[in-house]
Design a protein around this ligand. Sequence first.
Ligand code: HEM
Ligand code: NAG
Ligand code: NAG
Ligand code: NAG
Ligand code: NAG
Ligand code: NAG
Ligand code: NAG
Length: 322
Amino acid sequence: MKGFRVSIISWFCFLFLCCFVCGQLDYNYYDASCPNLTRIVKYSVWSAISNDTRMAASLLRLHFHDCIVNGCDASVLLDGGEKNAKPNKGSARGFEVIDTIKANVEKFCPNTVSCADILTLAAREAILLIGGPFWSVSFGRRDGLTTSEDAANNQVPSPFEPLENITAKFVSKGLDIKDVVVLSGAHTIGFAQCFTFKQRLFDFDGAGNPDPTMDASMVSNLRSLCPNQDDSSDSNLAPLDAVTTNKFDNVYYKNLVNKTGLLQSDQALVGDNNTTAQMVLGYSRYPYLFLKDFAASMVKLGSVGVLTGKDGEIRKNCRVVN
Ligand code: HEM
Ligand SMILES: *[C@@H]1O[C@H](CO)[C@@H](O)[C@H](O)[C@H]1NC(C)=O
Ligand SMILES: *[C@@H]1O[C@H](CO)[C@@H](O)[C@H](O)[C@H]1NC(C)=O
Ligand SMILES: *[C@@H]1O[C@H](CO)[C@@H](O)[C@H](O)[C@H]1NC(C)=O
Ligand SMILES: *[C@@H]1O[C@H](CO)[C@@H](O)[C@H](O)[C@H]1NC(C)=O
Ligand SMILES: *[C@@H]1O[C@H](CO)[C@@H](O)[C@H](O)[C@H]1NC(C)=O
Ligand SMILES: *[C@@H]1O[C@H](CO)[C@@H](O)[C@H](O)[C@H]1NC(C)=O
């Protein structure tokens, strides 16, 4: 009886360990099956960024929006679901770039590399190409079979919600408050449309005043970009980091200290939460600390909810399930 129990327990351990090992991502996953993968992706990303500098930012954000909704499973790339959600529609960019990369990869290694791995690698190559930090990407993610507009609406953080809510969303994915501060540093590049920050400019308090945590000259500049009661300007673009817009550096944090963060959710990092404010101050002073921590948090982001083993598939076309 006792021996029986022990053998049941060891079977359980064996199964658990086996699944655990099979479920791991692997740095050498495509070494044999697609040895030139990184080269192919690097070239396509380089070509896309040469044509449109902003594409580096757009690819990074696309990867974030993939991972934060049901894990890094390329569900954001499927037509008809997450793409139509509020945070993505008219906002998420880079789908055609991923299509081009996927087509190039299929030429050399057909039916081998998942769209989720391609997006993860494309984001890394994009940041590297614009002078940001390197991080190692491991592979073996499989592509999801479903995509949900509601899931994206509920799971992607909004610039209008408080820090506690944003942190809760990160925590529910296995990320933490440090990842919130560090990954928000992605806003050192790229742009945001007027409607994502306009509420700060005119009647923030119901008494006709702008957000007191925004620098006054920034308020006046942004008011001319995004005039009140003129919805036609809602899609005008402002740089998330107005000082070094295309440079992947720690100036985002210096801006926050200077009250020149663009989104309310950016500026909130130096609001009443002492923990995040201290981190922001640290990153504003130590550029290499930011680059190092950003790389580490990107590795964490890239492993959120990944599908491995028998779950999911290797999509042939990133926009549709096979
Ligand atoms: C912490 C919560 C976050 C919120 C509330 C947030 C919100 C936003 C918003 C509202 C925009 C502008 C979109 C538009 O106007 O179309 C934006 C842009 C961007 N976000 Fe975030 N974001 C967050 C975290 C992140 C993270 C974790 C990353 C990547 C690691 C990221 C990367 C970017 C980039 C690169 C852009 C510029 C995209 C472009 O120019 O195409 N964001 N974000
Ligand atoms: C990888 O790329 C190199 C250089 O372009 C090429 O010589 C080689 O044949 C490629 N290998 C495969 C397996 O495609
Ligand atoms: C170049 O970028 C523009 C947007 O800035 C885009 O409309 C166009 O399709 C891109 N061209 C190529 C060849 O990728
Ligand atoms: C923040 O989260 C709480 C609890 O889930 C929710 O009731 C509240 O509506 C959220 N606030 C915003 C502005 O989204
Ligand atoms: C800061 O915010 C986080 C997440 O909302 C919370 O867990 C933490 O307790 C806050 N810390 C302080 C000192 O307010
Ligand atoms: C922050 O503000 C200070 C004082 O106004 C200014 O000297 C400094 O250049 C600003 N830093 C950035 C990055 O804009
Ligand atoms: C905020 O944190 C710093 C460093 O962790 C500490 O020295 C300071 O006393 C804290 N301030 C408050 C108001 O908690």
